[in-house]
Design a protein around this ligand. Structure first.
Ligand SMILES: Cc1cc2nc3c(=O)[nH]c(=O)nc-3n(C[C@H](O)[C@H](O)[C@H](O)COP(=O)(O)OP(=O)(O)OC[C@H]3O[C@@H](n4cnc5c(N)ncnc54)[C@H](O)[C@@H]3O)c2cc1C
Ligand SMILES: *[C@@H]1O[C@H](CO)[C@@H](O)[C@H](O)[C@H]1NC(C)=O
Length: 501
């Protein structure tokens, strides 16, 4: 699902004001520190220049532009940005970061909830992978090779144009495939095709010692395990993915049932939950609610409208009467457009030009396993939705019949394989004075739900306040062993990366 509801469409003018603000943002430093930093910057500049990739250093307009991230909450100041277009240039960036002694992180689409692709702290070298746009489709093998610089919109379009195929990714066209795939990747066909991470057949990455490594089911199996769920930054910079792709040439149906009545939240949620226990994998769906009393069920059926209706009958029978109903039969690429609120007759090429939007927010997540929350739990959860907040809550259905839950938990580093749904809670604000209050609403909500649910959380909705065990559970010790082997000096780190011990 995603954050489309709270998306703030930043106009060009506003973006300019923002860039000026960012340019003025300089960390306070003593004289000596400043000189040390200047020296490091000079060395870094000279070293990166040898690779020949475009760079952006503080004090330039290129730097201010590059510093824009989806979440404006943390405005980290990297030591520099580098924009490689070849694997050799990525290798050189790793070499330079080590030589100068600065941190280094890769950036895909820049949608990390905690701005970890800006380093998660000041002074890190950001390797922006946007230049990696290689794409090829193998019809016979049903696979696609995809560069780490793709965003979801252009990737959906490329796959559709190549052979009416897809990967089961999320709805937001500007999210980067790299971060999305390496931490999971749930979308409106995941119950049928699995998470995006389950469809990674191979990656090519630049490891901490500068070597180019291939990881797949035969080669470097430990790395192949680790990057599917815990692949963000910790083990290296992924330059290229090979994905298993899926035929979506047949008609599909988009559905949405919407209510605007606070009094029916309990009834609708309970109906969603019991329906969700027993839904065929051809349906992927999410439930939404917020304190204003709006609620809806939205999703995709991989089939025609006439065969959808019997499958949502039990949900509609137990939910409140008379929702606003949408049931639209479409082709797959129209569905992708509609999922992002474009009209279905929009030219699909628009997916290559979706404007990069921003937001200022804090999010948390938690998994609920079957059979779901008790009535007391649902009541407590709804009561915890503070009316003073503009927070909203999204419940992404996983469920027993889904391809997601058919993967054996120890097969990949993604451990959340026994879940009925994940809950995402998002609070956003435009005035920073409201940050603490808004954040406290969802924290309180999370604590209430925690007493009824698992302590697991979704690593792609990364939240600085969670322990790593919530994301990686029993796979954490294997991940630490892999980290020791592949990055013994902890070259690739951020506040929630896989540690050495
Ligand atoms: C508006 C919005 C909608 C969303 N919708 C969904 C959804 O429907 N389903 C879902 O599952 N998630 C969704 N998400 C969450 C999303 O999957 C994560 O935020 C994801 O990490 C974003 O990837 P990115 O490449 O855009 O982000 P980035 O910030 O660029 O990267 C995220 C992390 O991955 C690391 N990374 C990036 N590139 C590489 C690389 N090449 N090699 C190694 N590590 C790398 C970064 O260093 C960072 O730690 C959404 C997020 C937003 C903001
Ligand atoms: C880099 O590290 C990997 C993992 O330890 C190892 O297999 C490879 O040989 C190393 N390469 C070099 C050039 O040291």
């Amino acid at each position: 699902m995603g954050l489309k509801f709270a998306v703030l469409r930043v106009t060009a003018a506003l973006a300019c004001v923002l860039m000026v603000l960012l340019m003025c943002f300089q960390p306070v430093a003593g004289n000596e520190q400043r000189m040390g930093r200047k020296l490091a910057a000079t060395t870094l500049k000279q070293c990166l220049a040898k690779g020949g990739a475009r760079t952006a250093f503080p004090g330039t307009s290129e730097y201010s532009t590059a510093r824009l991230a989806y979440n404006l909450r943390e405005r980290y100041a990297p030591s520099a940005f580098v924009f490689p277009t070849t694997v050799a240039q990525v290798q050189n960036a790793v070499f330079c970061a080590k030589q100068v002694g600065v941190g280094i992180v890769p950036r895909g689409g820049g949608h990390s909830y905690e701005d970890y692709s800006l380093g998660g702290r000041d002074g890190v070298l950001v390797v922006d992978m946007e230049g990696f746009k290689q794409f090829s489709y193998n019809k016979a093998a049903k696979t696609a090779v995809v560069g780490a610089g793709f965003r979801l919109g252009p990737l959906y379009l490329a796959l559709w144009n190549a052979g009416k195929v897809t990967i089961p990714a999320g709805n937001c066209p500007t999210v980067g495939i790299a971060g999305h795939a390496l931490g999971g990747g749930w979308g409106f066909s995941s119950r049928k095709f699995g998470l995006v991470t389950d469809n990674i057949l191979e990656v090519q990455l630049v490891a901490a010692n500068g070597t180019v490594v291939t990881a797949n089911a035969q080669k470097n199996k430990d790395l192949y395990f680790a990057i599917r769920g815990a692949g963000a930054t910790s083990y290296g910079i992924v330059t290229q993915f090979t994905f298993r792709v899926h035929d979506v040439s047949a008609p599909v149906t988009h559905f949405k049932y919407r209510w605007n009545d606070k009094a029916v939240l309990f009834k609708n949620f309970k109906s969603f939950q019991s329906w969700g226990l027993n839904v065929p994998a051809e349906i992927s769906a999410a439930f939404y609610m917020d304190p204003s009393g709006v609620s809806w069920l939205e999703g995709t059926y991989l089939g025609k409208k006439t065969s959808l209706l019997p499958l949502v009958k039990t949900f509609l029978a137990s939910a409140a009467p008379n929702p606003t109903r949408v049931e639209e039969e479409l082709n797959w690429i129209q569905l992708i457009l509609v999922n992002w609120n474009y009209p279905s007759n929009t030219n699909p090429n628009q997916l290559n030009n979706v404007p990069f939007t921003t937001n200022t927010f804090k999010a948390k997540s938690i998994y609920v396993n079957g059979p779901g929350l008790s009535d007391a739990g649902i009541n407590a959860m709804i009561n915890a939705m503070n009316t003073g907040s503009n927070a909203y809550f999204i419940y992404d259905l996983y469920g027993s019949q889904s391809a997601i839950n058919k993967v054996v938990p120890g097969e990949t580093a993604f451990i959340h394989r026994n879940s009925l749904y994940s809950i995402q809670m998002v609070a956003s604000w435009s005035n920073d004075n409201n940050a603490v209050t808004q954040t406290s609403y969802i924290t309180r909500y999370w604590k209430v739900v925690r007493t009824y649910a698992t302590g697991q959380a979704y690593q792609n909705y990364i939240d600085r306040d969670m322990p790593l065990s919530a994301y990686y559970g029993s796979s954490l010790s294997t991940l630490i062993a892999g980290k020791k082997k592949w990055d013994p000096q902890n070259v690739f780190n951020f506040p929630q990366s896989i540690p050495l011990k």
